[in-house]
Ligand binder design. Sequence first.
Ligand SMILES: [Ca+2]
Ligand SMILES: [Ca+2]
Ligand SMILES: [Ca+2]
Ligand SMILES: [Ca+2]
Length: 292
Amino acid sequence: MTKLLGITVALVVLVGGCVQDATELSDSDHIYNLLASNGTVEMRPLEGQGEDGDGKDGTHPEFWFRQLANESAAFEVILENDPSTGICTVTVVRNLYADFYIDVVHDGEFNPGIKPISDIRTRRAVVERYDDVSIHGGWVLTHITPAEYSLNSDIPQEVFIQSMKIYKGDDLAWECDSPDTFYDIETGLPVIESGELIRLEVEVLHTNPQYDPEFYLYAHGPCPSWPRHFMNDEGLWGDRVASDGIYSYEWYAEASSDHWFIAADIIDADTMLDQEEDDYDSGAWGMIALKE
Ligand SMILES: [Ca+2]
Ligand SMILES: [Ca+2]
Ligand SMILES: [Ca+2]
Ligand SMILES: [Ca+2]
């Protein structure tokens, strides 16, 4: 049975004038509080500035970035089975309202158009209840899937991420070819050390290509100078084989005080080639990468 949880976090609840302590919360409340406090389930909004691409031949915008319009901490948790069994699969859903600033006029001036973004971010998780109920009623996070970013507007989504691989040097450190794949949070997440040579390889799908290039693809992560860099299939910047459908970006991981979030972010060329039309079309996958 599927059950929707409220979006308000309540560590103590008032019932009939009495304050109940955390041990009287329901399993649903405990699971929500666990997920609200665990950074591993974070789904970052991929906002802010970054590298635009080569920027010189006029085929890329002069500037683009997403700016959050309304980012509350609220999210929705859908329980996929009865938590009384002691193990529960959940879906975590978080909306994203933002503006897509895009400037395609290469005149050295920032004179953008703005396209509205309405996205939904989804990831699934497995939680298990242990005997020690002192924290979150005994509920512990054990597995997560990647976060998947999809359009939540009337515009049909035509661009999709199909796979992600993270290499450390020449060694494959993490891979995913379905956003429904669960990863053990102790042993299955990518772990990255500052200064390591990282390569992200991505495969994508465009269901209705109209332009050449068909889309623009970006890596988000602990990259140099900007948190976002253009990915290519032209044998450049770490791309091992040109024109094989595998897009790449390679970099030395920047230092960070927090865990990283690595995402592959595809934007339709139709969105990127003008700054007037209300046609934002994008998809992304993102995964937490633990700091070693
Ligand atoms: Ca301009
Ligand atoms: Ca390639
Ligand atoms: Ca367009
Ligand atoms: Ca489109």
